[in-house]
Design a protein around this ligand. Structure first.
Ligand code: C2E
Ligand code: SIN
Ligand code: SIN
Ligand code: SIN
Ligand code: FE
Ligand code: FE
Length: 382
């Protein structure tokens, strides 16, 4: 930033209000930086810094409405450790509910201020200014709050309000589009999980199966040395590995005992079916999911299904998911079997190293066993 505003000064106030030219400079610098930023957290922090400079405040924070609108949240804010507040509380909450700015210049003689906050933090609040942030549709998105004017001892003024409103307006678009992007990504992940669960939900005891397989895959991919983005891609798509099970009849899927040869032939179609459900999308996540659905029952020695491909002909994602899937199936109760003891599971992986499973990946699996067991405990079946 071009401007150098003196730091907090608790005793003598610094009388360095921004002149209008300097103000424009600050605004321009920040807004251009904010508009290039794609991460919500960083945008919030930049906006808080901008607010601090524009209003000559000691602290500034941005609060966004959460999905249910009962809470406002922030990830980053000057001097605040708390990240969520109910929209019924505090000056921030009040501003949100009334959709109107509030200026309080003597906090301790204002009944709207709750001194409990200061008691906890040891901070002395004198002045507060808070204003609603509106989206382009006119709906409220959140609240901009600044605390303690440090460039004047008269507290916050209408000019400060105007400047913060300017900042909120000019940064709002960037914030809005980052939020939109986040929303789409989150929705995507939810839909993927729901699709994955749709493949599993009729076999009730596997409630957390898709989540565990997803996390196991990530750990193994990471241990193998795949770039983080690839690990994350696999984590996102592997929940869909069994989506083809949606077409498997209940009598087979939920059969308490061993499947007949005929039944198992039908069961095996889930790999091909999953592939057909997913393969037509051009989206990267769904393309990867198609590969995983198709290949998670292939074996390193070529004796798997549906195609019997071998070795590195099997996509790495398929080879990793195979390990994650079997590890989870063995470690969990199924309608057709009880969970195995860990020793027995490890014995199977040693035996199948280079047979069912890619030997290098079995080594990674053994190496990362602690992390895998932690996931197993964290997402236990109820
Ligand atoms: P799943 O339950 O998710 O199991 C995934 C894979 O874990 C299995 O693939 C297999 O490689 C391994 N696995 C699971 N249980 C055992 C076991 O007791 N011993 C050994 N050695 N490996 C095991 P697979 O065999 O291709 O089976 C695919 C799916 O077919 C299974 O998914 C499950 O839904 C179903 N299935 C397999 N066998 C039976 C069975 O005997 N009865 C019933 N009801 N379903 C079965
Ligand atoms: C804070 O800035 O300390 C939290 C906001 C509020 O409670 O009004
Ligand atoms: C592919 O690699 O795109 C084909 C999917 C598959 O072989 O499973
Ligand atoms: C067990 O002994 O059943 C737990 C092994 C596992 O983590 O799946
Ligand atoms: Fe499967
Ligand atoms: Fe599975």
């Amino acid at each position: 930033m071009v401007m150098n505003i003196p730091k907090e000064n608790k005793e003598g106030f610094l009388k360095t209000e921004l002149e209008s030219t300097a103000l424009l400079g600050v605004l321009f610098d920040y807004v251009s930086e904010i508009s290039r930023e794609r991460q919500i957290d960083k945008i919030l922090m930049l906006m808080a810094d901008l607010g601090k400079e524009l209003a000559g405040a000691d602290r500034c924070s941005l609060w966004l409405m959460s999905h249910n609108s009962d809470e406002l949240w922030t990830k980053v804010a000057h001097g605040i450790s708390r990240t969520r507040i109910p929209s019924s509380q505090g000056i921030v909450g009040l501003t949100f509910r009334e959709r109107k700015p509030i200026i309080i210049n003597d906090a301790y003689s204002d009944s709207r201020f709750n001194p409990e906050v200061d008691k906890k933090t040891g901070y002395r609040t004198r002045n507060i200014i808070a204003l609603p942030i509106f989206g382009s549709d006119g709906e409220i998105m959140g609240v901009f709050q600044a605390i303690n004017k440090i460039t004047s001892d008269n507290g916050f003024s209408q000019t400060d309000l105007q400047r913060l409103t300017l900042a909120a307006t000019y940064s709002g678009t960037a914030l809005e589009s980052a939020q939109m992007r986040q929303e789409i990504e989150d929705t995507q992940k939810d839909v993927i999980f729901m699709m994955g669960e749709a493949g599993e939900m009729r076999s009730k005891e596997t409630g957390n199966h898709v989540r565990r397989v997803s996390e196991y895959s990530f750990v193994i991919a990471e241990g193998y040395g795949l770039p983080t983005q690839e690990c994350e891609l696999l984590r996102t798509c592997s929940p869909m590995h069994d989506i083809g099970k949606v077409v498997i009849p209940d009598v087979i899927l939920m059969k308490p005992g061993k499947l007949t040869e005929e039944e198992f032939e039908i069961m095996k179609t889930h790999a091909e079916v999953g592939y057909h459900i997913l393969r037509n999308s051009q989206r990267k996540i769904l393309k990867s999911a198609a590969i995983v659905a198709h290949q998670h029952h292939e074996k390193w020695n070529g004796k798997g299904y549906p195609r019997g491909v071998a070795g590195e002909e099997i996509h790495l994602f398929g080879r990793i998911t195979a390990i994650a899937d079997v590890f989870d199936a063995l470690g969990s109760d199924r309608v057709y079997k009880k969970a195995w003891e860990l020793d027995r599971i490890l014995a199977l992986f040693k035996e199948e190293r280079g047979q069912h499973f890619d030997p290098k990946l079995v080594d990674v699996f053994m190496d990362r066993l602690d992390a895998l067991l932690q996931i197993h405990d964290r997402f236990k079946d109820k």
